[in-house]
Write a protein that binds this ligand. Structure first.
Ligand code: ATP
Ligand code: IP8
Length: 242
């Protein structure tokens, strides 16, 4: 089985609050339908903009409590858009929020395991959750690391809106070079606007963690989801963690 994260930068317009990119979501989901997998998706403009506005993550107060409700509602809506496409196309997607998986000391993935064993496709998403006196945000990238540990999948695929990991941000530097196979090159990560969970740098560390658990890990441009079909090929475009 594979675990696949669909980045919020693909399925939403990160600059515009709650703008869903249905066409690309449909394209990605149709490419991976038929696979045995667990899906994860990020927040994009359904998660990061309101989190920033309401001070999440942060200590519990009137503002963060309000923010928690708004973010959780917005993320449920984004998840619902994804699940609706899946169900309409014969895929048995089932949504899970880390808010409900948190048991006060850890994330309990038993309901996800059960759903997967029944042949459904669990779709877990980055979301706000309450831990003692704080509202925290569990990123989809952290969830991928949890799933790598629990399910020991054959591969972990991260879809984002760039061709892979570059030596510097390709959106800011035209001469940025794509790293085809990552070992331990030096990389620079520009600060990302509208992202409360650490952007590409965070994802990069999560990908290294997945690889360290023995899972083949790739970053692919989800605008060309068919690249998932050529992971081992000579002409593969993306970054492979070795
Ligand atoms: P979300 O966190 O909402 O799920 P995502 O997982 O798709 O979104 P981002 O956190 O938005 O991904 O990170 C992708 C962005 O990281 C790219 O659009 C790119 O501009 C930026 N970036 C910064 N530094 C680098 C780098 N060295 N290599 C590749 N991309 C980089
Ligand atoms: O986009 C964060 O998940 P990510 C989700 O995978 C929220 O980092 C609510 C900001």
């Amino acid at each position: 089985m594979k675990i696949v994260k669909i980045g919020g930068s693909l399925i939403t317009d990160k600059a515009e609050y709650k703008k869903f990119n249905r066409i690309l979501a449909e394209k990605i989901l149709s490419e991976i339908s038929g696979e045995k997998l667990i899906l994860v998706h990020g927040g994009g403009s359904f998660g990061h903009i309101a989190s920033k506005k309401y001070g999440l993550p942060g200590k519990i107060n009137e503002t963060t409590i309000r923010g928690c409700s708004i973010v959780k509602n917005d993320m449920a809506l984004l998840n619902n858009h994804i699940i609706s496409i899946m169900v309409e196309n014969g895929m048995n997607g089932i949504g899970f929020s880390p808010y409900h998986l948190w048991n006060g000391s850890e994330f309990d993935y038993k309901p996800v395991v059960k759903s997967f064993e029944l042949g459904q496709i669990p779709v877990i998403y980055g979301d706000a959750y309450i831990d003692r006196d704080e509202i925290k945000i569990r990123s989809g990238d952290d969830i991928m690391v949890d799933l790598a540990r629990i399910f020991k999948p054959e591969s972990a695929i991260f879809f984002s809106d760039v061709d892979g990991v570059f030596d510097k941000d390709p959106k800011k530097y035209k001469d940025a070079k794509l790293i085809r196979r990552f070992k331990n090159e030096s990389i620079s990560f520009a600060g990302i606007e509208n992202d409360v969970t650490g952007g590409m740098m965070k994802k990069f560390h999560s990908m290294i963690e997945c690889r360290e658990m023995g899972v083949k890990t790739y970053l692919i441009n989800g605008q060309y989801p068919e690249r998932i079909g050529d992971l081992e090929g000579e002409k593969f475009v993306g970054t492979e963690f070795v």
